[in-house]
Design a protein around this ligand. Structure first.
Ligand SMILES: [Zn+2]
Ligand SMILES: [Zn+2]
Length: 242
């Protein structure tokens, strides 16, 4: 049956989407440019610290996407202030996962780019520390593009650029089969979508289960994954490594 969520004419990149994507990318680029300029005026040790801070930014961005994805998959609803549209779109994504691969880039990334603009730009303008700016630049860049990595995780291998497949196979961006494991009801594992490097640890340690139990006893709120039925309406959740 036709669904409004599978109608491509509803999902187009507008000037508004492109403007937010540009503003997020510019914020990240200014942060990285200031970091490199600052390091070039400092000692060689600062370069090492800058590279290390960028790596930490990449690692922490993966963890941040996992925590954010877990939170919106499990709590709130479409009417929740600020996060409602994101919650709805992630829940729809569980029902029709393949559709994300058809969304235009700016449409897909603009919300995260908006968040990164508000987070990174003020720090970039207020501070000159290359280590802080290196962290913020890489962290912000990974946050903006995690939805693109996520979309590629739903792409068919023959249709993806070879470089993307190579990065997925190397685990530098989230691999397709690893993300496929998230798309099995009750959708309670493999939440991280930058590289997925945290997924094994978070799932094996029951990190999110522990958080859910703490929140349940503190606030009396159950996560959606505790009551998620085995959805028969789930479409296209069978992933193949073509
Ligand atoms: Zn999810
Ligand atoms: Zn997905």
């Amino acid at each position: 049956m036709a669904s409004p969520y599978t109608d491509p004419t509803r999902f187009v990149s507008t000037r508004y989407h492109r403007a937010w994507l540009a503003s997020g990318c510019i914020s990240v680029l200014i942060s990285l440019a200031k970091a490199v300029t600052g390091a070039s005026r400092s000692s060689p040790r600062t370069w090492l610290q800058l590279i290390a801070s960028g790596l930490v930014g990449y690692v922490m961005a993966d963890l941040a996407t996992g925590i954010y994805h877990w939170a919106i998959d499990n709590y709130g609803c479409s009417k929740t202030p600020i996060f409602g549209p994101q919650i709805e779109s992630f829940l729809v994504h569980h029902r029709i996962p393949w559709a994300i691969a058809t969304r235009p880039v700016a449409y897909n990334l603009h919300v995260l780019a908006q968040g990164v603009t508000f987070m990174v730009l003020p720090i970039t303008l207020l501070y000159n520390d290359p280590v802080l700016l290196g962290f913020m630049g890489v962290f912000g860049g990974c946050i903006i593009f995690c939805q693109q990595f996520h979309a590629w995780a739903h792409g068919a291998k023959p249709k993806l650029p070879q470089l993307v497949v190579a990065l997925q196979n190397a685990g530098i961006i989230v691999p397709r089969l690893q993300h496929a494991a998230h798309h099995r009801p009750p959708y309670n594992s493999n939440y991280c979508i930058v590289s997925g490097m945290w997924n094994r640890f978070l799932d094996k340690s029951k990190f999110f289960v522990a958080l859910e139990i703490i929140l349940f006893y503190m606030l009396g709120v159950q996560p959606r994954s505790w009551t998620e039925p085995n959805s028969e309406s789930t479409q296209g959740t069978e992933f193949q490594d073509y």
